[in-house]
Design a protein around this ligand. Sequence first.
Ligand SMILES: NC(=O)C1=CN([C@@H]2O[C@H](COP(=O)(O)OP(=O)(O)OC[C@H]3O[C@@H](n4cnc5c(N)ncnc54)[C@H](O)[C@@H]3O)[C@@H](O)[C@H]2O)C=CC1
Ligand SMILES: CC(=O)C(=O)O
Ligand SMILES: [Mg+2]
Length: 525
Amino acid sequence: MWRIGRAALVLNRRQHTRLFSASIPGPCIVHKRGADILHDPWFNKDTGFPLTERDRLGLRGLLPPRIISFEQQYERFMESYRSLEKHTRGAPTNVVSLAKWRILNRLHDRNETLYYRVLIDNIEDFAPIIYTPTVGLVCQNYGGLFRRPRGMYFSAKDKGEMMSMIYNWPSPQVDMIVLTDGSRILGLGDLGVQGIGIPIGKLDMYVAAAGMNPQRILPVMLDVGTSNQKLLEDRLYLGLRQPRLEGEEYLSIVDEFMEAVHTRWPKAIVQFEDFQMKWAFETLHRYRKRFCMFNDDIQGTAGVALAGLLGAVRAQGRPLSDFVKQKIVVVGAGSAGIGVLTMAKQAVSRMAGNNEMAANNPFWLLDKDGLVTKDRKNIDPAAAPFARGFGLGEIDGLGEGASLVEVIKKVKPHVLLGLSGVGGIFNEEVLKAMRESDSARPAIFAMSNPTANAECTAADAFKYTGEHIVFASGSPFENIKLGNGKIGHVNQANNMYLFPGIGLGSLLAGARSISDGMLQAASEW
Ligand SMILES: NC(=O)C1=CN([C@@H]2O[C@H](COP(=O)(O)OP(=O)(O)OC[C@H]3O[C@@H](n4cnc5c(N)ncnc54)[C@H](O)[C@@H]3O)[C@@H](O)[C@H]2O)C=CC1
Ligand SMILES: CC(=O)C(=O)O
Ligand SMILES: [Mg+2]
Protein backbone atom coordinates (compact mmCIF):
# COMPACT_ATOMS: atom_id res chain seq x y z
CA MET A 1 0.00 0.00 0.00
CA TRP A 2 2.76 2.40 0.92
CA ARG A 3 4.36 1.97 -2.49
CA ILE A 4 1.08 2.83 -4.11
CA GLY A 5 0.71 5.85 -1.87
CA ARG A 6 4.18 7.12 -2.68
CA ALA A 7 3.57 6.66 -6.38
CA ALA A 8 0.37 8.68 -6.22
CA LEU A 9 2.07 11.39 -4.22
CA VAL A 10 4.60 11.96 -6.97
CA LEU A 11 1.83 11.63 -9.48
CA ASN A 12 -0.25 14.52 -8.25
CA ARG A 13 1.69 16.91 -6.07
CA ARG A 14 3.33 18.95 -8.83
CA GLN A 15 0.10 19.78 -10.62
CA HIS A 16 -1.83 20.31 -7.41
CA THR A 17 0.53 22.80 -5.87
CA ARG A 18 0.85 24.65 -9.17
CA LEU A 19 -2.90 25.03 -9.41
CA PHE A 20 -4.08 25.33 -5.84
CA SER A 21 -1.46 27.11 -3.82
CA ALA A 22 -3.91 28.86 -1.46
CA SER A 23 -4.93 25.90 0.66
CA ILE A 24 -1.83 23.75 0.63
CA PRO A 25 -3.05 20.28 -0.18
CA GLY A 26 -0.49 18.28 1.77
CA PRO A 27 0.33 14.76 0.65
CA CYS A 28 -2.15 13.29 -1.82
CA ILE A 29 -2.17 9.64 -0.84
CA VAL A 30 -4.36 7.48 -3.00
CA HIS A 31 -5.47 4.16 -1.64
CA LYS A 32 -6.97 3.10 -4.93
CA ARG A 33 -5.73 0.94 -7.78
CA GLY A 34 -6.57 0.26 -11.38
CA ALA A 35 -9.96 1.23 -12.76
CA ASP A 36 -10.90 2.91 -9.46
CA ILE A 37 -8.26 5.55 -10.14
CA LEU A 38 -9.53 6.14 -13.67
CA HIS A 39 -13.02 6.66 -12.28
CA ASP A 40 -11.88 9.09 -9.60
CA PRO A 41 -11.85 12.61 -11.15
CA TRP A 42 -9.41 13.82 -8.50
CA PHE A 43 -6.67 11.32 -9.36
CA ASN A 44 -7.50 10.50 -12.94
CA LYS A 45 -5.00 11.66 -15.57
CA ASP A 46 -6.76 9.96 -18.49
CA THR A 47 -4.24 8.98 -21.14
CA GLY A 48 -1.58 11.04 -19.35
CA PHE A 49 -0.34 8.25 -17.03
CA PRO A 50 3.28 7.42 -17.91
CA LEU A 51 4.27 3.77 -18.14
CA THR A 52 5.91 3.68 -14.71
CA GLU A 53 2.67 4.86 -13.09
CA ARG A 54 0.60 2.48 -15.19
CA ASP A 55 2.75 -0.34 -13.76
CA ARG A 56 2.70 0.84 -10.14
CA LEU A 57 -1.00 1.68 -10.04
CA GLY A 58 -2.27 -1.39 -11.86
CA LEU A 59 -3.31 0.59 -14.90
CA ARG A 60 -1.39 -1.34 -17.59
CA GLY A 61 -3.85 -2.53 -20.22
CA LEU A 62 -6.66 -0.31 -18.97
CA LEU A 63 -5.68 2.57 -21.24
CA PRO A 64 -4.75 2.87 -24.92
CA PRO A 65 -0.96 2.56 -25.23
CA ARG A 66 -0.17 6.08 -26.44
CA ILE A 67 0.61 8.59 -23.68
CA ILE A 68 -0.99 11.99 -24.21
CA SER A 69 0.55 14.72 -22.05
CA PHE A 70 -1.44 17.12 -19.87
CA GLU A 71 -0.70 19.92 -22.33
CA GLN A 72 -1.92 17.82 -25.27
CA GLN A 73 -5.08 16.89 -23.39
CA TYR A 74 -5.61 20.58 -22.70
CA GLU A 75 -5.30 21.39 -26.41
CA ARG A 76 -7.64 18.54 -27.29
CA PHE A 77 -10.30 19.81 -24.89
CA MET A 78 -10.05 23.39 -26.10
CA GLU A 79 -10.27 22.21 -29.70
CA SER A 80 -13.50 20.33 -29.02
CA TYR A 81 -14.87 23.33 -27.15
CA ARG A 82 -14.06 25.69 -30.04
CA SER A 83 -15.50 23.19 -32.48
CA LEU A 84 -18.72 23.08 -30.46
CA GLU A 85 -18.86 26.89 -30.60
CA LYS A 86 -18.38 26.81 -34.36
CA HIS A 87 -20.99 24.17 -35.02
CA THR A 88 -23.66 25.68 -32.78
CA ARG A 89 -23.31 29.22 -34.15
CA GLY A 90 -26.79 30.59 -34.83
CA ALA A 91 -28.54 28.03 -32.61
CA PRO A 92 -30.75 29.32 -29.76
CA THR A 93 -28.67 30.73 -26.88
CA ASN A 94 -30.07 28.33 -24.30
CA VAL A 95 -29.22 25.31 -26.43
CA VAL A 96 -25.66 26.52 -26.99
CA SER A 97 -25.15 27.42 -23.32
CA LEU A 98 -26.36 24.04 -22.11
CA ALA A 99 -24.16 22.24 -24.66
CA LYS A 100 -21.16 24.19 -23.37
CA TRP A 101 -22.09 23.42 -19.77
CA ARG A 102 -22.38 19.70 -20.61
CA ILE A 103 -18.92 19.50 -22.16
CA LEU A 104 -17.37 21.29 -19.16
CA ASN A 105 -19.34 19.21 -16.70
CA ARG A 106 -18.21 15.98 -18.34
CA LEU A 107 -14.61 17.07 -17.91
CA HIS A 108 -15.29 18.06 -14.28
CA ASP A 109 -16.67 14.58 -13.64
CA ARG A 110 -13.71 12.89 -15.30
CA ASN A 111 -10.52 14.83 -14.61
CA GLU A 112 -10.65 17.68 -12.09
CA THR A 113 -7.05 18.78 -12.55
CA LEU A 114 -7.58 19.38 -16.26
CA TYR A 115 -11.02 20.92 -15.61
CA TYR A 116 -9.68 23.54 -13.21
CA ARG A 117 -6.71 24.27 -15.47
CA VAL A 118 -8.98 25.10 -18.42
CA LEU A 119 -11.36 26.99 -16.14
CA ILE A 120 -8.62 29.15 -14.61
CA ASP A 121 -7.01 29.89 -17.98
CA ASN A 122 -10.31 30.75 -19.67
CA ILE A 123 -12.27 32.19 -16.78
CA GLU A 124 -13.76 35.05 -18.80
CA ASP A 125 -15.26 32.63 -21.33
CA PHE A 126 -16.27 29.93 -18.87
CA ALA A 127 -17.60 31.95 -15.90
CA PRO A 128 -20.90 32.66 -17.73
CA ILE A 129 -21.26 28.88 -18.26
CA ILE A 130 -20.44 27.47 -14.84
CA TYR A 131 -21.88 30.53 -13.08
CA THR A 132 -24.58 33.07 -13.95
CA PRO A 133 -26.39 33.11 -16.33
CA THR A 134 -26.09 29.47 -17.52
CA VAL A 135 -26.07 27.98 -14.02
CA GLY A 136 -29.65 29.26 -13.65
CA LEU A 137 -30.70 27.31 -16.72
CA VAL A 138 -28.87 24.26 -15.41
CA CYS A 139 -30.76 24.46 -12.10
CA GLN A 140 -34.07 24.80 -13.93
CA ASN A 141 -33.30 21.65 -15.96
CA TYR A 142 -31.41 19.75 -13.28
CA GLY A 143 -33.69 16.69 -13.24
CA GLY A 144 -33.00 15.99 -16.91
CA LEU A 145 -29.31 16.94 -16.80
CA PHE A 146 -28.42 14.90 -13.72
CA ARG A 147 -25.85 12.18 -14.40
CA ARG A 148 -23.53 11.99 -11.40
CA PRO A 149 -23.96 13.45 -7.92
CA ARG A 150 -21.66 16.22 -6.75
CA GLY A 151 -21.58 17.54 -3.18
CA MET A 152 -23.82 16.38 -0.34
CA TYR A 153 -27.58 16.29 0.10
CA PHE A 154 -29.16 16.51 3.55
CA SER A 155 -32.92 16.22 3.56
CA ALA A 156 -35.62 16.62 6.14
CA LYS A 157 -35.82 12.82 6.15
CA ASP A 158 -32.24 12.71 7.48
CA LYS A 159 -33.13 14.37 10.77
CA GLY A 160 -31.17 12.73 13.57
CA GLU A 161 -28.68 11.18 11.09
CA MET A 162 -26.62 14.15 9.98
CA MET A 163 -23.84 13.71 12.53
CA SER A 164 -23.00 10.30 11.05
CA MET A 165 -23.81 11.26 7.44
CA ILE A 166 -21.21 14.02 7.44
CA TYR A 167 -18.53 11.32 7.78
CA ASN A 168 -19.65 9.86 4.45
CA TRP A 169 -17.87 12.70 2.68
CA PRO A 170 -14.64 11.15 1.38
CA SER A 171 -12.27 14.08 1.86
CA PRO A 172 -10.65 14.24 5.32
CA GLN A 173 -10.52 18.05 5.40
CA VAL A 174 -13.04 20.63 4.22
CA ASP A 175 -12.28 24.36 4.30
CA MET A 176 -15.18 25.90 2.43
CA ILE A 177 -18.84 24.92 2.21
CA VAL A 178 -21.51 26.63 0.14
CA LEU A 179 -24.95 25.76 1.45
CA THR A 180 -28.37 26.39 -0.06
CA ASP A 181 -31.91 25.31 0.67
CA GLY A 182 -32.91 26.13 -2.92
CA SER A 183 -35.65 28.52 -1.81
CA ARG A 184 -34.60 31.56 -3.93
CA ILE A 185 -32.28 30.54 -6.74
CA LEU A 186 -31.06 33.72 -8.49
CA GLY A 187 -34.24 35.50 -9.61
CA LEU A 188 -35.83 32.16 -10.53
CA GLY A 189 -37.66 31.46 -7.28
CA ASP A 190 -37.91 28.19 -5.37
CA LEU A 191 -36.13 25.45 -7.30
CA GLY A 192 -35.93 22.98 -4.42
CA VAL A 193 -33.16 20.39 -4.68
CA GLN A 194 -32.30 21.64 -8.19
CA GLY A 195 -30.62 24.63 -6.57
CA ILE A 196 -27.51 22.49 -5.93
CA GLY A 197 -26.07 23.92 -9.16
CA ILE A 198 -25.50 27.22 -7.37
CA PRO A 199 -23.17 25.93 -4.60
CA ILE A 200 -21.28 23.93 -7.24
CA GLY A 201 -20.80 27.01 -9.44
CA LYS A 202 -19.87 29.24 -6.49
CA LEU A 203 -17.25 26.76 -5.29
CA ASP A 204 -15.78 26.52 -8.78
CA MET A 205 -15.21 30.26 -8.46
CA TYR A 206 -13.46 29.65 -5.12
CA VAL A 207 -11.05 27.31 -6.86
CA ALA A 208 -10.57 29.46 -9.95
CA ALA A 209 -10.38 32.87 -8.28
CA ALA A 210 -9.03 32.13 -4.79
CA GLY A 211 -6.93 29.04 -5.47
CA MET A 212 -8.86 26.92 -2.97
CA ASN A 213 -8.00 23.24 -3.03
CA PRO A 214 -10.89 21.46 -4.81
CA GLN A 215 -10.50 18.49 -2.50
CA ARG A 216 -11.41 20.75 0.42
CA ILE A 217 -14.59 22.30 -0.88
CA LEU A 218 -18.09 20.97 -0.36
CA PRO A 219 -21.33 22.03 -2.08
CA VAL A 220 -24.36 21.22 0.07
CA MET A 221 -28.10 21.07 -0.55
CA LEU A 222 -30.41 21.17 2.42
CA ASP A 223 -33.62 19.72 1.02
CA VAL A 224 -36.55 20.67 3.22
CA GLY A 225 -39.16 20.29 0.46
CA THR A 226 -40.30 22.90 -2.03
CA SER A 227 -43.18 25.30 -2.50
CA ASN A 228 -42.83 24.97 -6.27
CA GLN A 229 -45.93 23.04 -7.32
CA LYS A 230 -44.62 22.44 -10.84
CA LEU A 231 -41.57 20.67 -9.43
CA LEU A 232 -43.63 18.63 -7.01
CA GLU A 233 -45.57 17.34 -10.00
CA ASP A 234 -42.49 16.78 -12.20
CA ARG A 235 -41.78 13.06 -12.59
CA LEU A 236 -38.04 13.75 -12.93
CA TYR A 237 -37.83 15.90 -9.79
CA LEU A 238 -35.08 14.52 -7.58
CA GLY A 239 -35.91 16.21 -4.28
CA LEU A 240 -38.34 15.54 -1.46
CA ARG A 241 -41.91 15.65 -2.67
CA GLN A 242 -43.31 17.61 0.22
CA PRO A 243 -44.16 21.23 1.02
CA ARG A 244 -41.23 23.26 2.30
CA LEU A 245 -40.73 22.99 6.09
CA GLU A 246 -41.37 26.16 8.05
CA GLY A 247 -40.74 27.57 11.54
CA GLU A 248 -38.99 25.53 14.22
CA GLU A 249 -39.07 22.37 12.10
CA TYR A 250 -37.03 24.16 9.45
CA LEU A 251 -34.57 25.68 11.89
CA SER A 252 -33.97 22.37 13.64
CA ILE A 253 -32.75 20.91 10.31
CA VAL A 254 -30.33 23.79 9.71
CA ASP A 255 -29.15 23.62 13.35
CA GLU A 256 -28.44 19.92 13.05
CA PHE A 257 -26.49 20.42 9.83
CA MET A 258 -24.38 23.23 11.29
CA GLU A 259 -23.56 21.17 14.39
CA ALA A 260 -22.63 18.14 12.29
CA VAL A 261 -20.34 20.13 9.97
CA HIS A 262 -18.52 21.84 12.79
CA THR A 263 -18.13 18.66 14.74
CA ARG A 264 -16.21 17.08 11.89
CA TRP A 265 -14.51 20.22 10.55
CA PRO A 266 -14.51 22.88 13.32
CA LYS A 267 -12.74 25.45 11.12
CA ALA A 268 -14.88 25.05 8.00
CA ILE A 269 -16.37 28.29 6.66
CA VAL A 270 -20.02 28.09 5.60
CA GLN A 271 -21.39 30.43 2.94
CA PHE A 272 -25.20 30.61 2.99
CA GLU A 273 -26.47 31.09 -0.54
CA ASP A 274 -29.84 31.80 -2.10
CA PHE A 275 -32.02 31.38 0.97
CA GLN A 276 -35.34 33.19 0.86
CA MET A 277 -35.21 36.48 2.70
CA LYS A 278 -36.72 35.53 6.05
CA TRP A 279 -34.35 32.59 6.51
CA ALA A 280 -31.40 34.49 5.08
CA PHE A 281 -31.58 37.07 7.87
CA GLU A 282 -32.70 34.65 10.58
CA THR A 283 -29.87 32.17 9.97
CA LEU A 284 -27.28 34.95 9.68
CA HIS A 285 -28.25 36.29 13.10
CA ARG A 286 -28.52 32.81 14.54
CA TYR A 287 -25.10 31.53 13.51
CA ARG A 288 -22.74 34.41 12.82
CA LYS A 289 -21.31 34.61 16.35
CA ARG A 290 -21.08 30.84 16.81
CA PHE A 291 -19.62 29.75 13.50
CA CYS A 292 -17.39 31.15 10.80
CA MET A 293 -20.13 31.85 8.27
CA PHE A 294 -21.65 34.59 6.15
CA ASN A 295 -24.62 35.12 3.89
CA ASP A 296 -23.40 35.88 0.40
CA ASP A 297 -26.63 37.46 -0.86
CA ILE A 298 -26.82 39.87 2.06
CA GLN A 299 -23.16 40.52 2.78
CA GLY A 300 -21.21 39.54 -0.34
CA THR A 301 -23.58 41.49 -2.57
CA ALA A 302 -23.42 44.47 -0.24
CA GLY A 303 -19.62 44.49 -0.38
CA VAL A 304 -19.55 44.40 -4.16
CA ALA A 305 -22.28 47.01 -4.50
CA LEU A 306 -20.52 49.35 -2.08
CA ALA A 307 -17.29 48.97 -4.05
CA GLY A 308 -19.27 49.86 -7.19
CA LEU A 309 -20.96 52.84 -5.52
CA LEU A 310 -17.59 54.20 -4.39
CA GLY A 311 -16.26 53.62 -7.91
CA ALA A 312 -19.19 55.62 -9.30
CA VAL A 313 -18.20 58.57 -7.08
CA ARG A 314 -14.66 58.36 -8.46
CA ALA A 315 -16.01 58.18 -12.02
CA GLN A 316 -17.65 61.58 -11.44
CA GLY A 317 -14.21 62.95 -10.63
CA ARG A 318 -15.23 63.59 -7.02
CA PRO A 319 -13.43 62.64 -3.80
CA LEU A 320 -14.61 59.47 -2.05
CA SER A 321 -15.85 61.52 0.89
CA ASP A 322 -18.59 62.76 -1.47
CA PHE A 323 -20.18 59.34 -1.15
CA VAL A 324 -22.25 60.77 1.69
CA LYS A 325 -23.85 63.21 -0.77
CA GLN A 326 -24.93 60.55 -3.27
CA LYS A 327 -28.68 60.02 -3.56
CA ILE A 328 -29.28 56.31 -3.98
CA VAL A 329 -32.51 54.61 -5.07
CA VAL A 330 -32.63 50.85 -4.44
CA VAL A 331 -35.35 48.79 -6.12
CA GLY A 332 -35.90 45.49 -4.31
CA ALA A 333 -36.25 45.22 -0.54
CA GLY A 334 -35.12 41.61 -0.27
CA SER A 335 -32.04 40.08 1.29
CA ALA A 336 -29.77 41.64 -1.34
CA GLY A 337 -31.32 45.13 -1.44
CA ILE A 338 -31.48 45.43 2.35
CA GLY A 339 -27.94 44.05 2.63
CA VAL A 340 -26.66 46.75 0.26
CA LEU A 341 -28.47 49.55 2.09
CA THR A 342 -27.26 48.33 5.47
CA MET A 343 -23.65 48.42 4.39
CA ALA A 344 -24.02 51.71 2.50
CA LYS A 345 -25.61 53.25 5.61
CA GLN A 346 -22.73 52.03 7.77
CA ALA A 347 -20.29 53.60 5.30
CA VAL A 348 -22.14 56.96 5.32
CA SER A 349 -22.36 56.94 9.13
CA ARG A 350 -18.65 56.24 9.35
CA MET A 351 -17.77 59.00 6.89
CA ALA A 352 -20.24 61.65 8.03
CA GLY A 353 -21.40 60.61 11.48
CA ASN A 354 -24.78 59.31 12.66
CA ASN A 355 -26.27 62.78 13.12
CA GLU A 356 -25.66 63.77 9.53
CA MET A 357 -27.09 60.43 8.43
CA ALA A 358 -30.24 60.98 10.51
CA ALA A 359 -30.66 64.54 9.24
CA ASN A 360 -30.03 63.78 5.62
CA ASN A 361 -31.05 60.26 4.69
CA PRO A 362 -29.72 59.67 1.15
CA PHE A 363 -31.53 56.37 0.53
CA TRP A 364 -34.86 55.53 -1.09
CA LEU A 365 -36.08 51.93 -1.02
CA LEU A 366 -38.80 50.49 -3.24
CA ASP A 367 -40.34 47.03 -3.32
CA LYS A 368 -43.21 45.50 -5.30
CA ASP A 369 -45.59 47.97 -3.61
CA GLY A 370 -43.53 51.05 -4.47
CA LEU A 371 -41.68 53.45 -2.17
CA VAL A 372 -41.33 52.13 1.38
CA THR A 373 -42.29 54.80 3.93
CA LYS A 374 -43.18 54.96 7.61
CA ASP A 375 -46.84 54.64 6.54
CA ARG A 376 -46.26 51.13 5.18
CA LYS A 377 -48.62 48.63 6.83
CA ASN A 378 -47.02 45.42 8.16
CA ILE A 379 -43.58 46.63 7.20
CA ASP A 380 -40.89 43.98 7.16
CA PRO A 381 -38.62 44.60 10.18
CA ALA A 382 -35.54 44.35 7.93
CA ALA A 383 -36.86 47.13 5.66
CA ALA A 384 -38.08 49.38 8.50
CA PRO A 385 -34.75 51.21 9.07
CA PHE A 386 -34.89 52.40 5.46
CA ALA A 387 -38.51 53.51 5.35
CA ARG A 388 -38.72 57.21 4.39
CA GLY A 389 -40.40 59.80 6.53
CA PHE A 390 -38.75 59.47 9.91
CA GLY A 391 -35.87 61.95 9.63
CA LEU A 392 -35.74 65.71 9.23
CA GLY A 393 -34.25 65.67 5.77
CA GLU A 394 -36.85 63.31 4.39
CA ILE A 395 -39.74 65.58 3.57
CA ASP A 396 -39.63 65.11 -0.17
CA GLY A 397 -43.32 65.03 -0.94
CA LEU A 398 -43.22 61.38 -1.93
CA GLY A 399 -45.97 59.31 -0.39
CA GLU A 400 -46.17 55.68 0.59
CA GLY A 401 -46.06 53.43 -2.48
CA ALA A 402 -44.85 56.16 -4.87
CA SER A 403 -43.85 54.67 -8.23
CA LEU A 404 -40.26 54.35 -9.39
CA VAL A 405 -40.72 57.04 -12.06
CA GLU A 406 -42.21 59.44 -9.50
CA VAL A 407 -39.31 58.80 -7.13
CA ILE A 408 -36.67 59.33 -9.82
CA LYS A 409 -38.29 62.54 -11.12
CA LYS A 410 -38.50 63.99 -7.63
CA VAL A 411 -35.18 62.79 -6.19
CA LYS A 412 -32.96 63.01 -9.32
CA PRO A 413 -30.75 60.26 -7.85
CA HIS A 414 -27.06 59.74 -8.51
CA VAL A 415 -27.58 55.97 -8.43
CA LEU A 416 -30.39 53.65 -9.50
CA LEU A 417 -29.71 50.14 -8.24
CA GLY A 418 -31.91 47.12 -8.98
CA LEU A 419 -32.06 43.95 -6.88
CA SER A 420 -35.69 43.11 -7.52
CA GLY A 421 -35.36 39.98 -9.64
CA VAL A 422 -37.80 41.58 -12.12
CA GLY A 423 -36.51 41.67 -15.71
CA GLY A 424 -37.03 44.94 -17.60
CA ILE A 425 -38.41 46.91 -14.65
CA PHE A 426 -36.04 49.77 -15.59
CA ASN A 427 -38.08 50.45 -18.71
CA GLU A 428 -37.76 53.29 -21.23
CA GLU A 429 -39.69 55.73 -19.03
CA VAL A 430 -37.59 54.93 -15.95
CA LEU A 431 -34.30 55.17 -17.84
CA LYS A 432 -35.31 58.45 -19.52
CA ALA A 433 -36.22 59.86 -16.11
CA MET A 434 -32.62 59.16 -15.05
CA ARG A 435 -31.48 61.80 -17.59
CA GLU A 436 -32.49 64.37 -14.98
CA SER A 437 -30.07 62.85 -12.44
CA ASP A 438 -28.04 65.35 -10.40
CA SER A 439 -24.92 63.33 -11.21
CA ALA A 440 -22.50 64.13 -14.03
CA ARG A 441 -22.30 60.36 -14.54
CA PRO A 442 -25.47 58.66 -13.26
CA ALA A 443 -24.92 55.07 -12.18
CA ILE A 444 -27.34 52.37 -13.28
CA PHE A 445 -26.77 48.99 -11.65
CA ALA A 446 -29.12 46.28 -12.94
CA MET A 447 -27.91 43.61 -10.55
CA SER A 448 -30.58 40.91 -10.76
CA ASN A 449 -29.74 37.50 -12.20
CA PRO A 450 -29.81 35.69 -14.52
CA THR A 451 -29.76 37.84 -17.68
CA ALA A 452 -33.51 37.75 -18.35
CA ASN A 453 -34.13 39.02 -14.81
CA ALA A 454 -31.80 42.03 -15.15
CA GLU A 455 -33.74 45.26 -14.52
CA CYS A 456 -32.60 46.50 -17.94
CA THR A 457 -30.15 45.61 -20.67
CA ALA A 458 -26.92 47.52 -21.13
CA ALA A 459 -28.09 48.61 -24.59
CA ASP A 460 -31.29 50.17 -23.22
CA ALA A 461 -29.46 51.92 -20.40
CA PHE A 462 -27.04 53.65 -22.79
CA LYS A 463 -29.79 54.34 -25.32
CA TYR A 464 -32.37 55.89 -22.99
CA THR A 465 -30.29 57.51 -20.24
CA GLY A 466 -27.23 58.50 -22.25
CA GLU A 467 -23.64 57.70 -23.08
CA HIS A 468 -22.30 59.26 -19.89
CA ILE A 469 -23.72 56.64 -17.51
CA VAL A 470 -21.77 54.16 -15.38
CA PHE A 471 -23.42 50.82 -16.05
CA ALA A 472 -23.09 47.52 -14.19
CA SER A 473 -25.10 44.31 -14.28
CA GLY A 474 -25.25 41.13 -12.20
CA SER A 475 -24.89 38.86 -15.24
CA PRO A 476 -22.49 39.79 -18.04
CA PHE A 477 -23.49 41.91 -21.04
CA GLU A 478 -21.25 42.77 -24.00
CA ASN A 479 -19.85 46.30 -24.20
CA ILE A 480 -22.07 48.55 -26.32
CA LYS A 481 -20.95 50.21 -29.56
CA LEU A 482 -22.18 53.78 -29.24
CA GLY A 483 -21.16 54.92 -32.74
CA ASN A 484 -18.30 57.24 -33.71
CA GLY A 485 -15.92 54.57 -32.40
CA LYS A 486 -17.12 55.09 -28.84
CA ILE A 487 -17.77 52.19 -26.49
CA GLY A 488 -20.26 52.01 -23.63
CA HIS A 489 -18.39 49.99 -21.03
CA VAL A 490 -20.29 47.30 -19.15
CA ASN A 491 -19.10 46.35 -15.68
CA GLN A 492 -20.22 43.28 -13.80
CA ALA A 493 -21.56 43.87 -10.28
CA ASN A 494 -21.73 40.38 -8.90
CA ASN A 495 -20.78 39.03 -5.51
CA MET A 496 -18.37 36.64 -7.28
CA TYR A 497 -15.85 39.48 -7.12
CA LEU A 498 -15.97 39.38 -3.33
CA PHE A 499 -16.94 35.99 -1.87
CA PRO A 500 -13.79 34.11 -2.97
CA GLY A 501 -11.74 36.76 -1.16
CA ILE A 502 -13.91 36.67 1.95
CA GLY A 503 -13.60 32.89 2.19
CA LEU A 504 -9.89 32.83 1.44
CA GLY A 505 -9.06 35.70 3.80
CA SER A 506 -11.06 34.11 6.62
CA LEU A 507 -9.40 30.77 6.00
CA LEU A 508 -5.86 32.13 5.95
CA ALA A 509 -6.47 34.33 8.99
CA GLY A 510 -8.03 31.43 10.90
CA ALA A 511 -10.98 33.74 11.63
CA ARG A 512 -13.55 32.44 14.12
CA SER A 513 -16.29 34.66 12.75
CA ILE A 514 -16.82 37.07 9.85
CA SER A 515 -17.54 40.62 10.97
CA ASP A 516 -19.16 43.56 9.19
CA GLY A 517 -15.79 45.31 9.45
CA MET A 518 -14.11 42.55 7.43
CA LEU A 519 -16.70 42.96 4.68
CA GLN A 520 -16.42 46.75 4.72
CA ALA A 521 -12.65 46.47 4.39
CA ALA A 522 -13.03 44.01 1.50
CA SER A 523 -15.24 46.39 -0.45
CA GLU A 524 -13.27 49.55 0.24
CA TRP A 525 -9.87 48.19 -0.71
N1 LIG B 1 -25.53 40.73 -8.64
C1 LIG B 1 -25.42 40.06 -7.50
O1 LIG B 1 -24.29 39.84 -7.00
C2 LIG B 1 -26.62 39.56 -6.81
C3 LIG B 1 -27.85 39.59 -7.40
N2 LIG B 1 -28.94 39.14 -6.72
C4 LIG B 1 -30.21 39.16 -7.43
O2 LIG B 1 -31.10 40.03 -6.79
C5 LIG B 1 -32.42 39.58 -6.98
C6 LIG B 1 -33.15 39.64 -5.65
O3 LIG B 1 -32.54 38.80 -4.69
P1 LIG B 1 -33.08 38.81 -3.18
O4 LIG B 1 -33.01 40.16 -2.60
O5 LIG B 1 -32.39 37.75 -2.45
O6 LIG B 1 -34.60 38.40 -3.43
P2 LIG B 1 -35.86 38.62 -2.52
O7 LIG B 1 -36.91 37.74 -3.06
O8 LIG B 1 -35.46 38.52 -1.09
O9 LIG B 1 -36.28 40.14 -2.80
C7 LIG B 1 -36.87 40.62 -3.96
C8 LIG B 1 -37.41 42.01 -3.67
O10 LIG B 1 -37.81 42.59 -4.89
C9 LIG B 1 -39.07 43.21 -4.67
N3 LIG B 1 -39.83 43.28 -5.91
C10 LIG B 1 -40.50 42.29 -6.54
N4 LIG B 1 -41.16 42.79 -7.60
C11 LIG B 1 -40.89 44.11 -7.63
C12 LIG B 1 -41.30 45.17 -8.47
N5 LIG B 1 -42.10 44.95 -9.51
N6 LIG B 1 -40.84 46.40 -8.21
C13 LIG B 1 -40.02 46.64 -7.18
N7 LIG B 1 -39.59 45.68 -6.34
C14 LIG B 1 -40.03 44.43 -6.57
C15 LIG B 1 -39.77 42.34 -3.65
O11 LIG B 1 -40.81 43.06 -3.02
C16 LIG B 1 -38.60 42.03 -2.73
O12 LIG B 1 -38.46 43.08 -1.80
C17 LIG B 1 -32.31 38.19 -7.60
O13 LIG B 1 -32.59 38.30 -8.98
C18 LIG B 1 -30.88 37.80 -7.42
O14 LIG B 1 -30.38 37.02 -8.47
C19 LIG B 1 -28.88 38.67 -5.44
C20 LIG B 1 -27.67 38.59 -4.82
C21 LIG B 1 -26.44 38.98 -5.48
C1 LIG C 1 -25.16 36.31 -7.63
C2 LIG C 1 -26.03 35.79 -6.62
O1 LIG C 1 -25.60 35.38 -5.55
C3 LIG C 1 -27.45 35.76 -6.87
O2 LIG C 1 -27.90 36.24 -7.90
O3 LIG C 1 -28.16 35.24 -6.00
MG1 LIG D 1 -26.95 34.24 -4.47
